[in-house]
Design a protein around this ligand. Structure first.
Ligand code: 6GU
Length: 278
């Protein structure tokens, strides 16, 4: 996968040399380049922002440097089919197959919520281009113009506000990179982790069996793989019910069997019915 990041703070991305992301870069699984937006300014002060039209606090990123940056990193390809009357490509409408243009991702608290499902979606792309703005944002015309040439997704980590998109890009890239083939030593861990099946993961333990008076649950030391799997499933269900009732309610009812329902019932929880409460 190719990844380009444009930011006024390229130093923010130093951690991408470390650990498993660094390894994916070293072995070519991830071809990542970080670009300083000011490369595409031409005035002595290398200005990237200006005051907002209509007034209000803060500054807005000027369109000109962004336009040149995107021209350089996403060379104008023939517009793929499926455009809207305005010429814009609807978000996510074009599968990546053979398309030369990257998927443009713009971190903003006003974006579509980033989830594990979106991480999987992005891991299937061949080229991601991240445009990091400060939180007052990039002039909207940059995104509107880009949308005539490539798929544009404004993406948010959650309901809080960061200074800029840089940390969000680190988060998104970490979630995406670990899904790329060959990055995780043990791909089986992807199948068991939290969010893989709409449930939180059961708690994990290692040696010693007793630590500061706290014991590892007996079942995990029993060697009975059937009982262990059942215990982990029950714990995952109960944890999800307590911590993330929204996730429990969103489970397809048919994904819970009789034993799942019994476990929730013992814990005093109502299994999802598929009926939305009015
Ligand atoms: Cl993606 N960007 C910024 N600036 N703030 C955020 C965010 C992103 N997600 C949550 N807050």
């Amino acid at each position: 996968m190719r990844v380009d990041i444009v930011s006024i703070f390229p130093e923010y991305f130093a951690p991408l040399d470390l650990s498993l992301i660094g390894k994916a870069r070293a072995n070519g699984t991830l071809r990542l380049a970080v670009h300083d937006l000011r490369t595409w300014t031409h005035d002595v002060h290398r200005t990237v922002d200006d005051t907002p039209y209509g007034g209000g606090p803060g500054m807005v990123m000027r369109p000109e440097p962004w336009g040149e940056a995107l021209d350089a990193l996403a060379p104008a390809a023939p517009t793929p089919g499926g455009t809207t009357p305005e010429g814009a490509i609807p978000d996510g409408a074009i599968p990546d197959g053979g398309s030369a243009s990257p998927r443009l991702l713009v971190p903003t608290p006003a974006g579509r919520r980033f989830t594990q499902a979106m991480a999987h979606e992005l891991a299937a792309e061949s080229h991601l281009l991240f445009a990091c703005g400060r939180y007052e944002g990039i002039d909207q015309r940059v995104l509107d113009h880009a949308a005539t040439r490539m798929r544009v997704t404004e993406v948010s980590l959650g309901d809080y506000v960061l200074f800029g998109g840089e940390v969000a890009v680190l988060v998104i890239l970490e979630a995406v990179t670990r899904l790329l083939p060959g990055v995780l030593g043990n791909a089986g861990s992807l199948d068991e982790e939290s969010h893989a099946h709409g449930l939180l993961e059961a708690p994990m333990y290692t040696k010693p069996a007793t630590w500061r008076g706290h014991d590892v649950p007996e079942v995990l030391r029993s060697g009975d793989h059937g009982r262990i799997a059942r215990w982990r499933r029950d714990e995952a269900l109960l944890r999800t019910a307590v911590r993330r009732p929204d996730m429990l309610a969103a489970l397809p009812p048919e994904s819970l069997d009789k034993r799942d329902r019994a476990a929730l019932d013992r814990g005093g929880f109502q299994p999802p019915t598929g009926h939305v409460a009015k």
